[in-house]
Design a protein around this ligand. Sequence first.
Ligand code: FPP
Length: 239
Amino acid sequence: MALTEPQKLAPPQHIAIIMDGNGRWAKQRGLPRTAGHAAGAEAFRKIANYCRSLGVKYLTVYAFSTENWKRSADEVAGIMKLLRRYLEEALQDMEKNRVCFRFFGDLTRLSPELQELCAQAESASMDYDVQVNFCLNYGGRDEIVRAARALAAEVAEGKRSADEITEDAFSDYLYSAGVPDPELVIRPSGELRISNFLLWQSAYSEFVFMNVLWPDFSPQDLDAAIEEYHRRNRRFGGT
Ligand code: FPP
């Protein structure tokens, strides 16, 4: 009798990942940090495909934070080059891969070429299975401050009253407007912090911290994180 595959648990519809550990992965191999980011970009490709095959609807990844500008010019340029290369390729294959893109963050500080690629990727309209949200020059506090500023301006102009600022109204002013909150946030690399990632959106997310470095993160690691998520008892403040 043929053995049947064990049934996989249904994935969350939205998974968010802090792609951490590229630098340490490179250092362990005596390689420059940019080689770690290149390996991290490969891991992202693999995991994005795997998420699509599992039926995950939204995948949000922390690619570059508002604080990452403090890194060396070489490292910043290396990450930007990887993003450019990835988007150039992705634009060719969007239909085939059934993936669409959104960008969370202030893109105006990026090079005009990268901004143009982001605009092209975001404006492509097609049927898709998975939406990838790239957090680029993104900071959770910055996102919240911008939303507060936009709402304050509307109140000052008399377009709405202060009482009309509800959680839903506030969410509409975030980069993530219209995207459901992530049920699961994964941070590989052994660090146990949120690092200014999706501060508003992760209010009730389940966090899974893993000891693997991002370039080594495999589909099996994602399965393990999803299994851990299913073991959690989500109460949303109730009993
Ligand atoms: C954090 O690891 C990682 C980043 C700041 C950059 C993430 C960027 C990529 C994975 C490449 C982007 C391109 C695509 C196509 C996704 P770290 O450098 O802080 O690692 P460390 O803590 O070990 O030093």
